[in-house]
Design a protein around this ligand. Structure first.
Ligand code: HEC
Ligand code: HEC
Ligand code: HEC
Ligand code: HEC
Length: 434
């Protein structure tokens, strides 16, 4: 080979190389661009578009999934979408919630598409209920919080707000319509996170996949009757002890127990808090990983917008990470749930024994000050029990923490019973026979 031919060959080879690299880069660039333009807008979506159907023109698959949230897929052992009557199923609840509206109407929750219908139908809420109750039920909130401001929203009655509210929880609650990014909008969540020193603008995508749920699936309270501002009691942390300390400092009560006279705290639905104490949260597994798993539609990978019990969708919800078959996965969940349920029932028995002892002491003439300790222990025992009873996973979201709470609940309940019985020891000089 002459020197010229060597140069020519080298030249051709490197030219081909450069061309290949360029083609590869172009291909990567195009793919990135496709990734970025994943969203092909058929219609523009307004900043406060509350109607999911309009969003559905651009994102038919997600809209279709969302529509399924009104389906009744039946019950699982402890959850599912059937509106079971929880008071009829567990007669203890009527006494445990005595004096509070939950003793009159308490049903199993179902899918997001029902939220508005169900909040308006519940017998728990009278005509005077504040707009605050609407905070977690509709996409219209996001618009109203911006247009009339949270203060006005909270002080307008729920019935009044309902007149102009058409849609239940939907796209606008979780997505920014311009970028389609996840973003929580509930002012109570935003201010509680700020109070905890969390800068949401720095949140990762994975964190957002739980934060959007943490707007609603949480423990909450109203600042006061006169000022029904929605607040999340998270300043000290997410554990029940942190939340209890927060309420103690405020001397907060939701109601006075009709039988024991104790000042009670009603737990709401602390899924976000309980999940936070568990191994999945610790391993970075988000709410959406289990409740909105990815699914394939043709060449597309999308999030399943039919938010529901993962027990009816184990293959997609669990088996991306766990290699056990469906039956084994389900057994593992049910084992955790059955154990939790057993402890929950034992805690109910213990609390009702405390209530009985307080009542007996009172009718035997015990003064309020003599009953103070027993009542305070009743409050503490029942808040722990209620945290678990109102949380909707029957212990699955954090099995060990659930067992810890219920063990403490039983302990406090028995301590309350002993404290009430002390009255008889004092008044009769011996332990009462019972
Ligand atoms: C309860 C919250 C919630 C609601 C309501 C909701 N989404 Fe989503 N959406 C999510 C989550 C979580 C993801 C996953 C995002 C991620 O991984 O970054 C997602 C992802 C998406 C994506 C990206 C592609 C995909 O499927 O992962 C689109 C598009 C989308 N949603 C459209 C909609 C539309 C349209 C509606 C209303 C019909 C809607 N979403 C309602 C939570 C929600
Ligand atoms: C705007 C408030 C709100 C947001 C945001 C929200 N939820 Fe809900 N969710 C509710 C309410 C209210 C219900 C009960 C509706 C009913 O029973 O009428 C519910 C019900 C559910 C159910 C029960 C469904 C069934 O079939 O029994 C699951 C599971 C659930 N939500 C998970 C999630 C997850 C996961 C997220 C985040 C991706 C989320 N939710 C975001 C308010 C919300
Ligand atoms: C590792 C998977 C996993 C994660 C993560 C997870 N959940 Fe769950 N969740 C479950 C399972 C399993 C159940 C039990 C369902 C049943 O009993 O039918 C459940 C139950 C629920 C229910 C009641 C559903 C029903 O059928 O009544 C709600 C509401 C819920 N989870 C919300 C959340 C929220 C909000 C988060 C995040 C803060 C979350 N979950 C995180 C697996 C998960
Ligand atoms: C995104 C991954 C992921 C998904 C999805 C997921 N898990 Fe897990 N799961 C984990 C990790 C990580 C652990 C911790 C295991 C470890 O570190 O050894 C775990 C632990 C568990 C444990 C042991 C719990 C304990 O307290 O020790 C059970 C049971 C479990 N998962 C069930 C489920 C079920 C049921 C589902 C579906 C509803 C599910 N997981 C979905 C990642 C996942």
């Amino acid at each position: 080979m002459t020197g010229n031919r060597i140069y020519l060959t080298l030249f051709v080879v490197s030219a081909v190389g450069v061309a290949l690299v360029a083609a590869l880069l172009l291909n990567i660039f195009q793919r990135k661009q496709e990734g970025r333009d994943r969203f092909f807008n058929v219609v523009p979506i307004a900043r406060f578009e509350t109607d999911p159907q309009v969003w559905g023109h651009n994102f038919p698959e997600q809209y279709d999934g969302w529509k399924h949230t009104t389906d009744n897929y039946g019950r699982t052992r402890y959850g599912g979408s059937e509106q079971r009557d929880r008071l009829a199923e567990n007669p203890n609840l009527k006494r445990l919630y005595a004096g509070y509206p939950f003793s009159e109407d308490y049903k199993e929750e179902r899918g997001h598409g029902w939220a508005l219908v169900d909040v308006l139908a519940t017998k728990r809420l009278g005509k005077k209920k504040p707009g605050t109750c609407m905070s977690c039920k509709s996409s219209a909130n996001v618009k109203l919080w911006s247009e009339i401001g949270p203060e006005k929203f909270y002080t307008t009655s729920m019935v009044e707000l309902a007149k102009t509210t058409k849609h239940p929880i939907s796209c606008l609650n979780c997505h920014d319509p311009k970028t389609m990014e996840l973003r929580p909008a509930n002012p109570a969540f935003l201010s509680a996170m700020k109070e905890r020193g969390v800068d949401l603008s720095k949140a990762t995508r994975q964190e957002m996949r739980s934060y959007v749920c943490g707007q609603c699936h949480v423990e909450y309270y109203f600042e006061s009757k006169a000022k029904p501002v929605l607040r999340f009691p998270w300043k000290n942390g997410f554990r029940v002890d942190d939340i209890e300390a927060y309420y103690e400092a405020l001397e907060f009560k939701d109601w006075e127990h009709k039988e024991s006279g104790a000042k009670m705290i009603k737990a709401q639905h602390p899924e976000f808090e309980l999940w936070n104490t568990g191994i999945h949260a610790r391993s970075g597994v988000s709410c959406a990983d289990c409740h909105m798993p990815f699914k394939r539609i043709g060449s597309q990978k999308i999030s399943d917008h039919w938010v529901r019990s993962p027990l009816v969708n184990i293959a997609a919800a669990c088996e991306t990470c766990h290699r056990w078959d469906e039956k084994e996965m389900k057994d593992r969940v049910l084992t955790i749930q059955d154990r939790t349920k057993k402890l929950l029932s034992q805690s109910e028995t213990a609390i009702l024994a405390a209530v009985d002892a307080i009542k007996a002491a009172k009718s035997a003439g015990a003064s309020d000050s003599a009953l103070q300790e027993a009542r305070h222990l009743h409050r503490r025992a029942q808040f722990r029990w209620d945290f678990m009873n109102s949380e909707n996973s029957m212990g699955f979201h954090s099995p060990q923490e659930s067992a810890r709470l219920l063990a403490e609940s039983i302990d406090f309940a028995r301590q309350s019973q002993v404290a009430a019985l002390k009255f008889f020891m004092k008044s009769e000089g011996k332990v009462a026979k019972r």
